[in-house]
Write a protein that binds this ligand. Structure first.
Ligand code: PHE
Length: 484
């Protein structure tokens, strides 16, 4: 079965796949979410947990997903079903493929809303709306902006339409063309911004915040957030890497490309952190400001720095590129599923899926204004957005990852996985399988039990101490000082 090609298309080669998969991995997760979850979980110690999750769980699961895709050559659940079949495992395994597709749908439903913020902020930056504004005004601008759900829907509709258009055009004409110019653009802009941060006084402050672990700063939930974020940032357990793997040519090394994707993704998050935190500290802003962090703190800095309009525009263009290459990957599993299930053309399937996403995005746009109710998950998780964000990243993705690790580790016959990883040395192959069989599942289960309160490994704040509702717009001076 390994020599055929997916009916949905194929990448033109290794580079196209690497760019597309890295494009999927590098997204809002790296530039929007990583900084604020790191800020809220105290910096270095959280980064360490996150890196451990990437190495011990993320990379092995990433390899497993690409392997499933390339061997199965179909939509996630059918690929899993086909592999289960050839290895004599039960067909029920294919259910978690469907769960993955459901996750990608849920993720995209709020992803387009936040991506809409990024695109809107390109326009705000280009039209000079940050220049010379006080912190209060810029905070007010953000609050006004997210306070109007119709405006949010306007921007997210734009994102949804563009994403749908690219997916409708197909693997090589749409997805590949888009990432081929967006990914290098993103890399270049990021380097310019780090260059700026390096030239500023607070670079070392930002650097030590990211890399000096202080375990007393971890919250009760930190481990689960780190684990969930590792899955989210590598686009795992959402059907995406299985779908992308199914378009991968036979002669490409799964192990090497997985490493490249994971290292690039991690590097972008860390480098983005190094570009963002020095600015946060330079202007005495609050690193734990929550989802508004980069939209509130950075524009204050852009409004005051020389050439801030240009840097601001570059930053939000980069964020939009990153968001688009991930959004198209999030739509792909649903579109491919609709093509298979209803025998629609790719164009029609993409429009159908895009239409459903548009509908599903409405409650998220309402989560920051009309329907902004508190949820039990803490101050960052407001409204429907908060519930879906928490459920997907912190519960469904790790659960899906657990299933993948167990399935590929225990159920797929060695001869098949060996054939997909034929360039890997025996010792490395065994290590990979061992990780999937024991290390990743045990870690995921321990983190879960910890998160549910059955085990109390996490130092720092006890669970009863719910973090107080944060005011994203008022920099908490003590926290900034503490972080130093
Ligand atoms: N990895 C993307 C990011 O970091 C989000 C994503 C999750 C994309 C799951 C595809 C699948 O922003």
């Amino acid at each position: 079965m390994e020599d055929n090609q997916s009916v949905h298309g194929e990448w033109s080669g290794r580079l196209a796949f690497i760019l597309a998969a890295t494009g999927s991995a590098v997204g809002l997760g790296n530039i929007w979410k990583f900084p604020y979850v790191t800020g809220e979980n105290g910096g270095g110690a959280f980064v360490l947990l996150y890196l451990l999750c990437i190495v011990l769980i993320g990379i092995p699961v990433l390899m497993a997903e690409i392997l499933i895709g390339r061997r199965g050559r179909q939509t996630p659940h059918r690929s899993i079903g086909a592999l289960a079949n050839e290895s004599g495992a039960g067909v029920h395994w294919s259910w978690f493929g469907l769960m993955g597709v459901a996750c990608s749908f849920l993720l995209l439903s709020f992803y387009v809303v936040i991506a809409g913020w990024a695109v809107a902020y390109v326009v705000f930056a280009v039209t000079g709306q940050f220049s010379g504004e006080s912190a209060d005004n810029i905070g007010g601008m953000f609050n006004n902006f997210i306070g109007d759900w119709k405006v949010l829907m306007g921007w997210s509709t734009l994102v949804t339409v563009l994403t749908t258009y690219i997916v409708a055009r197909g693997v090589s004409k749409g997805l590949e063309k888009a990432v081929m110019f967006m990914m290098p653009g993103l890399g270049a802009i990021l380097l310019i911004l780090v260059g700026y941060a390096l030239s500023q006084g607070e670079f070392m402050h930002g650097f030590s915040f990211l890399f000096q672990p202080d375990f007393s700063k971890l919250n009760f939930d930190s481990a689960i957030v780190a684990l969930g974020h590792a899955f989210f940032t590598l686009s795992l357990a959402s059907g995406v890497m299985i779908a992308y793997g199914s378009y991968l040519p036979r002669n490409v090394s799964i192990a090497k490309t997985s490493l490249i994707i994971a290292v690039t993704d991690t590097a972008v998050a860390l480098v983005a952190g190094m570009a963002i935190f020095p600015i946060v500290f330079q202007y005495a802003l609050d690193p734990s400001a929550g989802p508004g962090l980069i939209f509130v703190t950075l524009p204050i800095a852009f409004g005051q720095m020389p050439l801030g309009t240009i840097f601001g525009a570059l930053f939000f263009i980069m964020l939009s590129f990153a968001a688009f290459t991930s959004a198209i990957s999030l739509l792909e599993p649903s579109a491919a599923l609709i093509i298979e299930k209803f025998s629609l053309t790719r164009g029609k399937a993409a429009i159908f899926a895009g239409g459903l996403i548009w509908l599903a995005s409405i409650p998220h746009a309402l989560s920051f204004n009309e329907l902004a109710f508190e949820t039990p998950f803490g101050p960052d998780y407001v409204g429907v957005f908060g519930i879906v964000d928490y459920l997907t990243a912190n519960i469904l993705l790790p659960l899906g990852g657990l299933c993948i690790a167990l399935f590929v580790g225990w159920k797929i016959k060695d001869e098949f996985s060996r054939r997909e990883l034929d360039d890997v040395a025996d010792a490395h192959f065994n290590l990979w399988r061992l990780t999937l069989r024991f290390i990743a599942p045990v870690l995921i289960i321990v983190v879960f039990l910890n998160g549910l309160g059955f085990l109390k490994f996490t130092p720092g704040a006890p669970p009863e101490e719910e973090p107080a509702l944060e005011q994203p717009l008022e920099p908490a001076e003590e926290q900034v000082a503490e972080a130093g």
